[in-house]
Design a protein around this ligand. Structure first.
Ligand code: DOR
Ligand code: ZN
Length: 352
């Protein structure tokens, strides 16, 4: 058979990075960080801890805790992010960026999601910080949802574009911005219509589930995250964008672990824990789209080029070999349910 010609049994790509992940802190950090460090050489680490990471000293201390929790032998570089509050200090932000501690700043609209109570209540409050970031070339990462409760939860991303993001790109035309974890065709169109300083991350889960997944036969809390998954037509547009080869779209898992008890609750937490099989999930999607040759760009090239960082020099191999995702992953704090629980994925990361 000539199967190996058209359907390779192994895919070797430049080592990937994760441009958006929640590594948490303390015992949860120890429980999850190596799932990320085994697959990715670098990761943009979200700062929504309690309290949030708002100072250079806090970011340095958090970076040390992350590195201390990484298994010996894994080369992993956490890239730290400053959480913007209403009184974000442009001096502190610039100092952290210039010292190589902060890679970017993150805008959480206040109360948009987990640990965002200290987020920004009015975009004008951070205009001085944005001006400074634009001047020094520091990227702004956006959780792009309005928090206005009169706006339907499924429309919050599209309304954020209209009310906020479209103003930011006009007022700061040279600011590098990453529209994080996009979920809509509106966001794809907005990013595609912008200049090269406007990019987006796309999660494994938004490429695979639509909003029906949360209600299939009953409430499915493990498919609940923010921004929430949208209609099928949006998912299809995200798959088109991710596999298009456009340098504006790159990998960001948004892996966000919460213990099973906190998910399976009367008021369950938002977040999907996809870190353990993230690259396998993306590989399955790119394979289904006939775009395995574009996985490397999305996973390993577009991100570092956008951030102005070197590409990783080493390679990873993915084998066409079924891998069964366990229903639960035990930690010393309790269980986590991984994305793809109980499913079989067709590509596995080969042991180095
Ligand atoms: O689903 C989410 N979970 N979305 C976010 O924006 C935050 C994250 C978390 O930290 O749990
Ligand atoms: Zn996130």
């Amino acid at each position: 058979m000539q199967a190996s010609q058209t359907s390779p049994q192994q895919l070797v790509i430049r080592a990937p990075d994760d441009w958006h992940v929640h590594l948490r802190d303390g015992r949860m950090l120890s429980a999850v960080v190596n799932d990320t460090a085994r697959q990715f050489r670098r990761a943009i680490v979200m700062p929504n801890l309690t309290p949030p990471v708002t100072t250079v000293a806090a970011a340095e201390a958090y970076r040390s805790r992350i590195l201390a929790a990484v298994e010996p032998g894994l080369a992993f570089e956490p890239l730290m992010v400053c959480y913007l509050t209403d009184d974000a200090d442009p001096e502190e932000i610039a100092r952290g960026y210039e010292a190589g501690v902060f890679t970017a700043c993150k805008l959480y609209p206040a109360h948009a999601t987990t640990n965002s109570a200290h987020g920004v209540t009015e975009i004008r409050n951070i205009y001085l910080a944005l001006e400074r970031m634009q001047r020094i070339g520091m990227p702004l990462l956006l959780h792009g949802e309005v928090t206005d409760h009169s706006v339907d939860v499924f429309d919050r991303e599209a309304v954020f574009i209209e009310r906020i993001f479209s103003k930011i790109v006009v007022d700061f035309p040279a600011l590098k911005t990453v529209f994080e974890h996009i979920t809509t065709a509106d966001a794809v169109a907005f990013v595609e219509s912008g200049g090269p300083n406007l990019a987006a991350t796309i999660t494994p889960h938004h490429l695979r589930i639509n909003r029906n997944a949360m209600f299939a036969g009953g409430v499915r809390p493990h498919f609940y995250c923010l921004p929430v998954a949208k209609r099928e037509r949006h998912r299809l547009e995200l798959r088109r964008a991710a596999t298009s080869g456009s340098a504006k779209f790159f990998l960001g898992t948004d892996s966000a672990p919460h213990l099973t008890g906190a998910k399976e609750s009367a008021c369950g937490c938002a977040g999907i824990f996809n870190a353990p099989f993230a690259i396998e999930s993306y590989a399955a999607t790119f394979d289904e789209e006939g775009a395995l040759d574009r996985l490397e760009g999305f996973a390993s090239e577009h991100g570092p080029r956008f951030y102005g960082l070197p590409l990783n020099e080493d390679r990873i191999a993915l084998d066409r070999r079924d891998i069964v995702v366990p229903p639960r992953i035990g930690t010393d704090l309790g269980d986590l349910v991984p994305f793809h629980a109980d499913e079989t994925l067709p590509w596995s990361l080969s042991a180095a």
